[in-house]
Design a protein around this ligand. Structure first.
Ligand SMILES: Nc1ncnc2c1ncn2[C@@H]1O[C@H](COP(=O)(O)OP(=O)(O)O)[C@@H](O)[C@H]1O
Ligand SMILES: [Mg+2]
Length: 453
């Protein structure tokens, strides 16, 4: 959003424009409140979401909740606890537009505990229809972009188009691949999955294309590869960007000729396979860097499908957490019937670099270490429960066993450390690798106490 350009050179106007633009850049649409809950800064994005220009100095409670009798958000702010809620859009209410437009608000105290000096209130637009949860082949979502993916998959699954799913680890790529298979005429045929990042090149080649007896030491009989095993079905190539260039050439030949020649074999065997691939990388960038063949990219991404990361669909965190909790309730000794406000807020503001897989792990952890029917903030793994500078309720959780030095670092800290190691400590490049802005990397490192040196 372009910053509002002040018409005067009055320092107060200049400051206001500066901080409004900075807020959008740093945290997205947000308000900053002082300890008296008066608005001290409003980002332009926030004004857009709320639907009016926010007068500085006005009361946030009146602004967001008007004088409606039930004002849980205003009460939570006054009570000093982090909170999130969906409220009617104030701008629409004021102008009598109605229309069921809603705004999601989430407050984070600044300072800590009794010393709260103010608040950041994140705001985001929610539209009525988007709120309906949907289950699609094991994928739960109430996010409009996810629902678009579901509709796209329904449309393209019945034909034999090749599909390339792009998304971060744990975002549901494999479930999408299963859905494509289940909705196709091949559904009664085999579904095979192969992770191209998990094997060294020579093993990968033989896993993929098979090998003939005598092809190498230990090849005692003809062995079909995944391509043949997926005949009349679907082959899911996970992390396809990691496929070495020689094997890319060989895969391209399989797709073009619909035949496969096993390692050490002579004959081209006919195969009838639909390919679905997945990667967390931008294939175009891999092509530009000379690591991926352009011709293969065009073959694989006839239909590109992009899965948004969990942190970009905040409404899904509580929804999917609820489903996972139901599932774990049915299995374990602990039954959770409620998630505390603080725990939910912590889960919603966490970055979930491991997406739904990490959410599931965090909840399994909570089931294992906590007790009672309420999931409390300090049941969550420390990197989620105590995000650092904005934690009003920083919780110290018993350190994990010291036998494994790796285990002492949370997954996020480990990922940051790995990114820094891979970029020789270059923070710009490390941030890029993690898919973050430099500011986010800096914030997370400071929160995790990794910021010295
Ligand atoms: N939208 C979702 N709703 C429910 N569970 C999900 C969702 N997305 C992913 N999962 C679960 O998260 C885990 C990781 O999903 P997966 O498809 O393997 O991700 P990826 O292949 O992108 O790494 C699996 O346990 C999967 O069932
Ligand atoms: Mg996967």
């Amino acid at each position: 959003m372009p910053p509002r350009v002040p018409r005067t050179t009055d320092p107060a106007d200049v400051d206001r424009a500066l901080f409004a633009a900075a807020l959008d850049e740093l945290v997205g649409p947000a308000l900053v409140l002082d300890s008296q809950l008066r608005v001290r800064a409003a980002s332009r994005g926030a004004e857009e979401v709320l639907g009016f220009d926010v007068p500085l100095g006005s009361s946030a409670a009146t602004l967001l909740c008007g004088d409606r009798p039930k004002r849980p958000f205003a009460e939570a702010l006054a009570g000093g606890v982090p909170f999130q809620a969906v409220i009617p859009r104030p701008g629409a209410v004021a102008s009598g537009e109605g229309g069921g437009e809603q705004v999601r608000v989430r407050s984070v105290p600044l300072g800590g505990g009794a010393d709260t000096i103010g608040w950041v209130v994140h705001v985001a637009a929610v539209s009525g229809d988007d709120a309906e949860p949907e289950r699609f082949h094991g994928l739960w979502s109430r996010d409009p972009r996810m629902k678009q993916v579901f509709r796209l998959v329904e449309k393209i699954a019945p034909e034999d188009f090749t599909v390339l799913v792009r998304g971060e680890t744990g975002s549901g790529k494999e479930l999408v691949a299963h859905a494509v298979h289940a909705l196709s005429s091949r559904k009664d045929g085999p579904f095979r999955a192969l992770n191209c990042a998990a094997l060294p090149p020579n093993l990968l080649e033989s896993e993929l294309f098979g090998h003939a007896r005598g092809a190498f030491t230990g090849a005692v009989k003809d062995t079909p590869g995944h391509v043949q095993l997926a005949d009349k079905g679907t082959l899911f190539l996970d992390e396809v960007a990691e496929l070495p260039l020689e094997l890319q050439a060989k895969l391209l030949r399989v797709i073009e000729t619909r035949t496969v020649v096993p390692v050490g074999g002579r004959d081209a065997l006919p195969v009838d396979v639909r390919f679905v691939s997945a990667t967390h990388r931008a294939l175009r960038a891999e092509v530009a860097a000379g690591r991926f063949r352009a011709d293969l990219m065009y073959r694989l991404r006839v239909i590109p499908v992009r899965l948004p990361p969990l942190r970009e669909r905040p409404a899904d965190v509580a929804l999917i957490a609820g489903k996972i909790i139901e599932e774990l309730n049915a299995r374990g000794r602990r039954k959770i019937t409620q998630v505390s406000v603080a725990a939910e807020a912590a889960m919603e503001r966490y970055e979930w670099l491991g997406n739904v897989r990490e959410l599931r792990n965090a909840l399994s952890y909570a089931f294992a270490i906590g007790d009672g029917p309420v999931l409390q903030l300090d049941d969550l793994p420390p990197e989620i429960a105590a995000p650092g500078p904005v934690g009003a309720e920083v919780t110290v959780v018993a350190a994990p066993p010291e036998t494994d030095a790796e285990a002492e670092l949370g997954p996020e800290a480990r990922r940051i450390r790995d990114a820094l190691a891979r970029t020789a400590g270059n923070r710009d490049r490390a941030a890029k690798l993690l898919g973050w802005s430099r500011v986010t990397l800096w914030r997370r490192m400071r929160a995790l106490g990794m910021d010295e040196g």
